[in-house]
Design a protein around this ligand. Structure first.
Ligand code: AMP
Ligand code: ZN
Length: 478
């Protein structure tokens, strides 16, 4: 069954397939690296990662490009606030992003180009647009795209059917800050921004002025360069990017190259937290690290961020994260029951988690079909728990259990779920800590409360807590 996906441009669910013999070229707008990515960003990136995995299980070769936005108002402003050169500052946050992605079991993209590394390509693209009169140079040497010159402008977000006033908002309904979105007026947008004092050292020479590219330009230039001029098959991003960012990408690329930019548009809905928009001031802006500090493993976060349909706004809650953890534990017990039949230990599960299904999906056919049907992860998980609930293991022969593990492993691969990572292994205290705890216990028995308290504090500052019970004591990490 071919993978089908809703296309924002045509407003219909369409099969996803590359040209015969060609890889499926999948471009995703990447993170702006000026701080840690938040769970809203990860919702979008995880949905994209899941789709890529589904395509791999479907047997397709995916060329996945996700850029790094290391040059915009935010990266420049924040690097200056921290007194760091832009390259050093963005390298730090790029590494953090990549480490978080790895913790969330995301497949690394085939290519992760950065905007700063593509200045010549961006200048060349502006030049083509100027030459073709789709762009004009302003008095200060900035260059603007002439939106009137592109008849199809707005077709992705159906902008022409809207009141002009809504152009002040992006497609997630958020107000566009004129500077953040590089907009000089309601229509034309900046391709090249002439240098301003607040840009500091972050400017490059160009035929028009010293300055830097506008933010929208980078994806057009990087997609062109990463795919060697070939059309993008599938382009992803959060729904907020549909307008103006993706409209502008289309306008720039189609006017410069005179051909279609992208075949299929894939947008995921925004994430809310406990029913509210995420914001620093509400204290509900979570990073992966925040949730790990609260004791949640990355696998539970991955589960909870992909568990509902990508086209519906996801209301993230801490309760949902607890439920995700329980769901993963149920999957672990199910895998345990099958491994007991095959006579293998938990380490063997990894050998079943891959994109190949030796003999089809069997009992997991419904789970797989749900993923192929517009990435319906919620229905997929429902189908998985249907199989788990039917408790098939006791009646299976070893070879049937292996076949079921094969199918289950491919579904786990598609969802990117890692089992046996949920329970935090018990950490044994080293001998010196155990000795101290024993001395405290003896002080307590001798009713030397002062000494007992002193040792308790010493243990605490070494990162250990003593828990007393009738039978004795236990030392656990604080
Ligand atoms: P940024 O780092 O702001 O450039 O965003 C990176 C990606 O995260 C883009 O695809 C955005 O559309 C997406 N994104 C930003 N905020 C949210 C959110 N609250 N929910 C889902 N996706 C988001
Ligand atoms: Zn982009």
């Amino acid at each position: 069954m071919a993978v089908q996906l809703y296309d924002t441009l045509r407003r219909t669910v369409e099969p996803l397939q590359s040209e015969p013999g060609e890889p499926l070229r999948f471009y995703c707008c990447g993170p702006t690296v000026y701080g840690p990515a938040h769970i809203g960003n990860f919702r979008t990136f995880l949905i994209q990662d899941t789709l890529r995995r589904v395509l791999e299980v479907d047997g397709q070769t995916v060329e996945h490009v996700r850029n790094i936005t290391d040059l915009d108002d935010k990266t420049i402003r924040q690097s200056q606030a921290e007194g760091l050169p832009l390259a050093e500052f963005t390298a730090k946050w790029t590494q953090k992003f990549q480490a978080d992605c790895a913790a969330l079991n995301m497949r690394p993209p085939s290519n992760e180009p950065s905007a700063v590394a593509h200045i010549p390509q961006q200048i060349a693209l502006v030049q083509q647009l100027v030459d073709k009169e789709h762009a004009y140079v302003s008095e200060d040497g900035s260059v603007y795209f002439r939106v009137d010159s592109f008849e199809n402008y707005g077709s992705l977000s159906k902008l022409k059917q809207r009141d002009l006033k809504t152009q002040q908002q992006n497609s997630a309904g958020e107000r566009n800050d004129a500077d953040e979105y590089d907009r000089e007026s309601v229509s034309d947008f900046a391709l090249w921004k002439s240098r301003k004092p607040e840009d500091g050292d972050n400017y490059w020479p160009s035929p028009w002025s010293e300055g830097r590219p506008g933010w929208h330009l980078e994806c057009s230039a990087m997609a062109e360069s990463a795919f060697d001029g070939a059309m993008i098959d599938l382009h992803g991003g959060g729904i907020d990017l549909c307008f103006p960012h993706h409209e502008n990408e289309i306008a720039q690329s189609e006017c410069a190259h005179g051909r279609a930019f992208c075949r299929h548009w894939f947008h995921s809905a925004h994430l809310m937290v406990e029913g509210a928009k995420m914001s620093k001031s509400l204290g509900n802006l979570y990073t992966l690290e925040d949730l790990q500090t609260k004791g949640f493993p990355p696998a539970a976060l991955r589960y909870s961020l992909i568990a509902s349909s990508y086209r519906q706004q996801l209301n993230f809650t801490i309760d949902g994260l607890h439920a995700a953890r329980s769901a993963l534990l149920k999957m672990e017990r199910f895998a345990d029951s099958l491994l007991a039949v095959t006579g293998e230990d938990r380490n063997a599960l990894a050998t079943y988690i891959n994109a190949e299904t030796a003999s089809g999906f069997g009992r997991f056919a419904k789970a797989w079909e749900s993923l192929c049907n517009n990435l319906n992860t919620a229905a997929c998980l429902g189908a998985i728990f249907g199989v788990i609930g039917s408790n098939p293991a006791p009646s299976l022969k070893a070879e049937d259990a292996r076949a079921l593990l094969d199918a289950f492993g491919s579904i786990l691969y598609a969802l990117g779920l890692q089992l046996y990572s949920v329970e935090t292994p018990k950490q044994e205290a080293p001998d010196d800590i155990l000795n101290l705890a024993q001395q405290r216990w003896e002080a307590k028995q001798a009713r030397d409360w002062a000494k007992a308290d002193e040792i308790r504090d010493e243990l605490l500052s070494a990162g250990w807590v003593v828990k007393d019970s009738k039978e004795g004591f236990e030392v656990v990490p604080s």
